[in-house]
Every structure is written in structure tokens, then in C-alpha cells.
Design a protein around this ligand. Structure first.
Ligand code: BTN
Length: 328
């Protein structure tokens, strides 16, 4: 599959300046029918377009679009070697769904899919992941594991460590991890991780690692989020999304390449240092079952250690969710 990217017209308008129609036509190489089709499409994607009395167009405030070439050029040598292809879709249903579709068509590990917008972003436990245009990070990476699904316990926790490292490298401080898959700042969710898998006939497990990070969530879009959330812009400075994407790939790709031989044990100490709920009373919820206890970190496979009235019990990820007792 060839690399995908946003149209030259959108790249031009992203600088936030006014352009006459003639300038848009000559700079983009489009004819007028295609120009008006694309402008209509931008509006459908939720991009604000302003037209002044001289019929000049602009995107107020501009947009910071993902820049595939910029991402590639700032990757570390090892990540550059591990990256097979980088797709930047303007709009897609879900970057995870897209890589799962492509996995069946023989793409190889190290294929990365990102998008400016997801129309059906997927969260854990069947939830929607709110994914407005040009504001956040929606990233999926395909990786293959020859030993099959059993070798992957703890992988999503190791992904969390890689994400926290990347955020810290971009100056985003105070990031914590909430077992099993959430990225937090304080009591609010900054990002989430969703692993989806597919096994092929040879027993090789193809894993799509999906990461969503709220960078500058617009207030209107946030109305659909049903839990406390935070974004990077709210917590401090507006991050450059391409730089953040490169930082994520710098951490994620080498971690994925090493995971099968090292397992979670190598990431455990770092995960424990980032644990948002260490020593705190929590409740685990799975369907209509609840178990209260004190969170005691994770074991070397990534299972949660919960001190319950009946003693120490281990819980594995999957469909389990955890909340602090005060919020239940
Ligand atoms: C969660 O519920 O916390 C997991 C959210 C995962 C969202 C990311 S965004 C990129 C990738 N594509 C998806 O559809 N979901 C994941």
C-alpha cells in the first residue's frame, strides 16, 4: 500500500493565511470542480473555513498537520530501520481497523498507520474513541509475534511505558499509568492503548498496537467523552504532533522488536514507578462482578496484584477495568 497523506490544498490552507481562489487553484493544481469538492469535504471533516468579502479562504488559527517526511527525518536510526511504512490518512474509520484489514493482505511488521481524524475510533470494551480532525494523535503499529498470543501477556503495559517515555521526552511531565491500559495525568485520562490481534495460518500472531493521545481536544468534541480527560495543551504547552509522533515511534518500535525475547519483566520496574494507583483502594469491575482491594502493582507477567480480604489475588487485563474506590 502506497504512503497516504493529506491533500496539497489542505497543506496550503493549514498555515491559516487568506488565499484567493485563483491562488488555491494554481498552488494545488486542482480544477474548480475538484477545488469546491475538497473545500466541501474539509467542512464535513469539521474543519472551520472562513471566507471574507473578497472571496478569500482561510482556516482560522491554521492547523498543525502531521508531516510524514518530518516524522521520518527526526526518527532515531533504530526506529528508522524498524519502520516499514508510514501512512498518514486525512480521515479513516479507525487506524486499528485499517491495519487489521491490511494485515490480511500481507503487510509486514513495522507498518504504521496514523490519521488526522477517525470517524469510528475504537476504545476498550466497545467504547468510542473521540477523534476530531488535526488535534490529537491516533496511531497504530503492526507487529508480528511468532510465539503466538501467549507470549504477549504484559505487552499493553510495556506499550504504556514506551508512551510515557515518549511523552516525557517531549516535555510532558507527571504522566502516570493506570492498569491495564490508560495513560493519566492527575485524575484525568490523557490517552489510551488498544491492542487487537489476528493469527495467521502459521500460528504467527499479528498485533495491532493502537495508541490515542489527547493533544488539543476541542471543547465541542469533548462533550462525547464520558470520563474525566485532559490534553497536553491544557496541561501546558501545545505539542507539535509530528514531533510527538516521532517520539512515540522512537520508543514503540524498539520496544516491540525486543518484546518477544524479553517479555514484560524488562519493563516491570519502570511500569511500577509510573503506577497511578500503587497502594490505593480500588475496585475491579468485569461485567457485573466487582472486587475491592488495595492495588499492589503488577507481577512479572503484567497481572495486577490486588490485596483482598481473602489474600493477594492476581488479575489479568482483558475486559477488566479498575477504578479508585472514591469514584465508584
Ligand atoms: C482506550 O479505550 O483507552 C483505548 C483507546 C485507543 C484509541 C486508539 S486511537 C488509534 C487506534 N485506533 C483506534 O480505533 N483506537 C486506537
Amino acid at each position: 500500500m502506497p504512503p497516504v497523506s493529506v491533500s496539497p490544498l489542505l497543506t496550503l490552507l493549514a498555515d491559516g493565511r487568506y488565499y484567493r481562489v485563483t491562488e488555491l487553484l494554481s498552488a494545488s493544481g486542482l480544477d474548480s470542480a475538484e477545488l469546491s469538492r475538497q473545500l466541501g469535504e474539509f467542512a464535513q471533516w469539521g474543519i472551520e473555513l472562513d471566507v471574507d468579502s473578497d472571496q478569500r479562504y482561510r482556516i482560522p488559527g491554521g492547523l498543525s498537520l502531521l508531516d510524514a517526511a518530518g516524522v521520518r527525518s527526526s526518527l532515531s536510526p533504530i526506529a528508522t530501520q524498524l519502520l516499514k511504512s508510514l501512512q498518514v490518512h486525512p480521515v479513516i474509520d479507525s487506524t486499528n481497523a485499517e491495519l487489521l484489514r491490511q494485515a490480511g493482505q500481507g503487510i509486514s511488521e513495522g507498518t504504521v498507520c496514523t490519521a488526522e481524524q477517525q470517524t469510528a475510533g475504537r476504545g476498550r470494551r466497545g467504547r468510542q474513541w473521540v477523534s476530531p480532525f488535526g488535534r490529537n494523535i491516533y496511531l497504530s503499529v503492526l507487529w508480528e509475534f511468532a510465539a503466538g498470543p501467549s507470549a504477549l501477556e504484559g505487552l499493553s503495559l510495556a506499550v504504556g511505558v514506551a508512551v510515557a517515555r515518549a511523552l516525557s521526552n517531549c516535555g510532558v511531565d507527571n504522566v502516570r499509568l493506570k492498569w491495564p491500559n490508560d495513560v493519566f495525568i492527575g485524575d484525568a485520562k490523557l490517552g489510551g492503548i488498544l491492542l487487537e490481534m489476528k493469527s495467521n495460518a502459521e500460528g504467527v500472531c499479528q498485533v495491532v498496537v493502537g495508541v490515542g493521545i489527547n493533544v488539543a481536544m476541542p471543547e465541542e468534541a469533548s462533550a462525547a467523552i464520558d470520563q474525566p480527560w485532559v490534553d497536553i495543551a491544557r496541561d501546558g504547552e501545545m505539542a507539535d504532533r509530528s514531533r510527538l509522533l516521532a517520539a512515540l515511534l522512537d520508543e514503540l518500535l524498539p520496544m516491540l522488536a525486543q518484546y518477544e525475547s524479553n517479555g514484560f519483566a524488562r519493563w516491570r520496574e519502570e511500569w511500577l514507578a509510573l503506577d497511578a494507583y500503587a497502594g490505593q483502594p480500588v475496585v475491579l469491575i468485569s461485567g457485573d462482578q466487582r472486587q475491592e482491594g488495595i492495588a499492589q502493582g503488577v507481577d512479572e507477567t503484567g497481572a495486577l496484584r490486588l490485596e483482598t480480604p481473602a489474600g493477594l489475588e492476581l488479575f489479568f487485563g482483558g475486559e477488566v477495568s479498575m477504578r479508585p474506590v472514591r469514584n465508584t
